[in-house]
Design a protein around this ligand. Sequence first.
Ligand code: ADP
Ligand code: ASP
Ligand code: MG
Length: 411
Amino acid sequence: MSAGWTVHKFGGTSLADADRYRAACDIVLSQQSGERVAVVVSAMSGVTNALIESVNLASTQDESYLEKLQALESRHLKTITTLQLRNDQSSALKETIVSNFNAIKEVLRGVWITRLASERIIEFVSGHGELWSAQLMHAYLVAQDHHSSWLDAREVLVVEPNTNSVAVDWQLSKQKIQTSLAQHPETDFLIITGYIAATHDGVATTLKRNGSDLSASIFGALLGADAVTIWTDVDGVFSADPRRVPDAVVVPELSYQEAAELAYFGAKVIHPNTMSPAIANNITVWIKNTFKPDAPGTRISATSPTDVPIKGFAAVENMVLINVEGTGMIGIPGVAHKIFGALRAVDVSVVMISQASSEHSICFAVPREHADLAKKTVEQTFVVEMQRGEIQTVDLTEGCLHHRDGRQRHD
Ligand code: ADP
Ligand code: ASP
Ligand code: MG
């Protein structure tokens, strides 16, 4: 029987250039412990943003989309040269990349003409960074005489996209990955594209922004791994965003629930949905620093020490508070139902709700991009009540932070 799998994931912050690919490979090699190694990779830093921007520029008929693509193409070709691959590998990979960019240019020509950047096109184009990244790392390992294969996750990972996330078809994905692994029985390293997947119809899709962390725990589950290590540019999960709070400290251990809470409430270091496959399969998740691989990092598992009451603090930016106020709301049943029903009908997700016990006002928080729609919807819903003066104001407060502590719960 072949050995089990361990999974490592490298984020874009750890894959900026050829030196960082080398450093990532050194880490993977130094961590080998007899198991086969799956490496889930993000695109090089900034690539996904640039690809999405190029689609958006083309849709507004801004010619600079071509320069943006050109810069990305050159960056990838230069990285191949600097990695000093074997000549045959180097020219094959360069050819693939040039041909991918030509295909993207054709797609974006269509976007330019129609001025239409459909979701499907954005998903298709934005996933290319991971395809290039996986092939780069694979080629480098082969150049160092290692048994490596690379896997386009769209061939095995089948998902159904929802509004903000995806539902994995576990059964089908497991079958597909087993078939794919059977084709590489000798491989020690399997380099897998993070972020991308396919729908049941075979259409290219993504796990949404920052989704490579989720890819790592999904592949951990599909491969039956005991541990997944997420390598990033900080020492672990900090008690607060280290960019904002210089005194923040690394939290050595977190439970899945604590990590999920911090992630949902803005700790960008992990994608919020990463924990679900880990919980279901009891996979230990480590967060570690590629720049300091020997630092202990953060261990996330089913249990965590309970002696510290608050583990961390996270904040979501760009929230807006909407306050609905009126004397005509007091004691009238169904006002909240009406507000949130109307918001649901227009697909606005409410992040936080508070109602004064006097029932004189209801206040709720929504992301900035939904604020105007939310306000307009509430005003339309209560147009009669506003005319009669029963509801006096629907106010909007900009620039709020929504924060949350990762408190240990004992319920
Ligand atoms: P990657 O490219 O490795 O996925 P990200 O940029 O997505 O990296 O996430 C790492 C960043 O998350 C860190 O550089 C850090 O600034 C930010 N961050 C926000 N909140 C936290 C937190 N509580 N702990 C650690 N990092 C955090
Ligand atoms: N490259 C993708 C993004 O920037 C996915 C990831 O890095 O997690 O959103
Ligand atoms: Mg990330």
